[in-house]
Design a protein around this ligand. Structure first.
Ligand SMILES: Cc1cc2nc3c(=O)[nH]c(=O)nc-3n(C[C@H](O)[C@H](O)[C@H](O)COP(=O)(O)O)c2cc1C
Length: 199
């Protein structure tokens, strides 16, 4: 029989899909950061997203300033770049955006989205809940969704299309995994395979 034991407070084994949040910088260029504290809520105005951003960072500066951002699902193909965006602190690294994915702009909101991401949300912030210690929860309405058109072919079983989308999960212990359970590296490792990585 399974025995359950008291353990540290944390969310290991509770997989979260990873997203790249896209914001527009003051110079009009796109900015991206990597995030996993992301959930959904229902509201009379439609489906909403709750996004928690911890300490102060450039993505948060830009979300506060613009009131809009995009959330782009990270696929396995995007992981090396996403890992770089997650391990590089934009406020300190002025040329963080020297590496860019193929960028499009939102259909409804003025936000950069990632062409190769299987699912992109355009988000408008409706409420900000400060949790103290620099942590904030942004409650947003989804104003638009764009998807890889192959994911819309319902003659293909959903589970197959999910494997096609290949979202990357943060499932615990600072590691990445695939939806079919493959280990995709520790945080900070996938970026080493970028073509212009030094190491
Ligand atoms: C796998 C992973 C998940 C992350 N999830 C979050 C998150 O949900 N909330 C958060 O505030 N930071 C998160 N981060 C940290 C940010 O990506 C990091 O602070 C990054 O510097 C943000 O980009 P920016 O500094 O350009 O805004 C995560 C990092 C990694 C590697």
């Amino acid at each position: 029989m399974m025995a359950k034991v008291k353990t540290n407070i944390g969310n290991d084994f509770c997989p979260q899909a990873l997203f790249l949040y896209g914001t527009k910088q003051e110079d009009g260029q796109p900015h991206f950061g990597l995030f996993c504290w992301f959930g959904y809520f229902d509201s009379p105005e439609g489906l909403g997203v709750m996004a928690c951003i911890g300490e102060e960072k450039q993505t948060k500066d830009l979300i506060r300033k613009n009131g809009v951002f995009s959330a782009n699902l990270v696929s396995e193909e995007l992981l090396p770049l996403a890992d770089y965006y997650g391990c590089t602190y934009g406020r300190n690294v002025s040329d963080k955006m020297k590496r860019l994915p193929k960028v499009e702009w939102g259909e409804v909101l003025d936000v950069p989205t990632i062409s190769d991401s299987p699912v992109s949300f355009e988000l408008e912030v409706k409420k900000t809940i400060p949790m103290g210690g620099g942590s904030d929860i942004f409650l947003c309405l989804i104003r638009n969704v764009t998807k890889d058109e192959r994911l819309l072919d319902t003659s293909v079983p959903f589970a197959e299309r999910l494997l096609q989308a290949a979202p990357v999960l943060a499932s615990g212990e600072e590691t990445y995994s695939s939806v079919d359970g493959r280990y995709l590296g520790k945080w900070g490792e996938p970026m080493k395979s970028l073509p212009d990585a030094k190491e």
